[in-house]
Design a protein around this ligand. Structure first.
Ligand code: CO
Ligand code: CO
Ligand code: CO
Length: 333
């Protein structure tokens, strides 16, 4: 089963058309969007998963930042959230859950989001996340279907968190690397989203489980364009490159590569550890923003001014081949 097969099962449902649903199940976007009035739409999303780090408080922060990110990716403002908890009460002390919830709440506070409820069940495996509701003016909604030929692509966080998390679990990464990556995953995409709306973007998505290339393929296919990615300008954690060279890769990476193979063309000059990084499933990754070429440097500078440091223009949108992502080392002169 590929990463998209579960999504397909959802899309095969006999959905009821509704004129107020702006982005729904069939849109394969980051979140659902429902128009309430001509001036107001609500954005709804849910995300929860098993721990990606050992420390419960940090896990809570990362899970919350990740869930909130889908609202930011739509150009919206998250307002309320509900905790989603699966907890093994027989094998773990309840203090672990308290620390996770405290981490999540601290991120909600940072985001200006109100916790309004939640649901928990006893489960054999620990899982935590949020369901989030936000708002956006329907005219300011940023979907993953609006990329235009000539646009530049901006990525706001470095890649490689999945490979490094795998190394941490295998006790192969040092504490400094583990802390650096955890901090990156726990960072909100709020500033990137606000500045994207301020400058104006054509399309956006956040880079998560399908890796940079999986999410870029979705952008290309939903927008009916081609996308070129230049690896010489793509930010990634150098440690991820080292671990990938030693063959350390999460299982999801291989699933992503197989699933998106037909929609991705990678030049032979791209080394295999870089290919791994491009397919690496990210937890709470950065925003991938498509915007007019003349605005790209402006957004880049604004992002750097507010401390979004590892940000770069990583590629551009082309008219052909549609729905295909081409990876080369750098733009040909
Ligand atoms: Co998303
Ligand atoms: Co999501
Ligand atoms: Co309940």
């Amino acid at each position: 089963m590929g990463p998209g097969d579960l999504d397909k099962a959802l899309c095969d449902l006999p959905l009821i058309p509704n004129p107020n649903v702006i982005r729904g199940v069939a849109s394969l976007d980051d979140a659902g969007v429902y128009k309430l009035t001509d001036e107001l739409a609500i954005i709804q999303t849910i995300d929860f998963f098993t721990p990606v780090v050992d420390d419960p408080y940090t896990f809570g922060q990362i899970a919350a930042a990740n869930a909130l990110s889908d609202v930011y990716a739509m150009g919206g403002k998250p307002l309320t959230a509900m905790n989603v908890v699966c907890f093994p009460t027989k094998s773990l002390d309840i203090s672990v859950l308290k620390d996770i919830l405290r981490g999540g709440l601290d991120k909600m506070r940072e985001a200006g989001v109100a916790l309004v409820g939640g649901h928990s069940i006893d489960d054999t495996e620990l899982k935590y996340g949020l369901s989030v509701t936000g708002t956006v003016h329907p005219n300011r909604l940023v979907t993953n279907a609006g990329a235009k030929a000539g646009d530049k692509l901006i990525l706001t966080k470095p890649l490689g968190t999945g490979i490094i998390s795998t190394a941490v679990k295998a006790k192969m990464a040092d504490e400094e690397t583990a802390a650096k990556v955890a901090k990156c995953m726990a960072t909100l995409n709020d500033k990137a989203s606000e500045l994207m709306s301020e400058v104006g973007a054509h399309a956006c998505t956040d880079v998560t489980g399908f890796g940079l290339l999986g999410h870029t393929v979705q952008l290309a296919q939903n927008s009916q364009v081609g996308i070129n990615i230049y690896i010489a300008s793509t930010p990634f954690f150098p440690e991820a490159g080292e671990f990938a060279k030693r063959g350390l890769c999460p299982a999801g990476l291989h699933r992503n590569r197989e699933f998106y193979a037909t929609a991705v063309r990678i030049a032979s000059e791209v080394p295999s550890h870089m290919q791994d990084i491009l397919f690496d499933p990210q937890t709470s990754g950065g925003l991938l923003i498509c915007l007019a070429a003349r605005k790209a440097e402006l957004l880049l500078n604004k992002l750097r001014q507010v401390g979004v440091g590892d940000v770069a223009i990583i590629g551009e949108v082309v008219s052909e081949p549609r729905g295909v992502v081409t990876v080369i080392s750098q733009k040909k002169a």
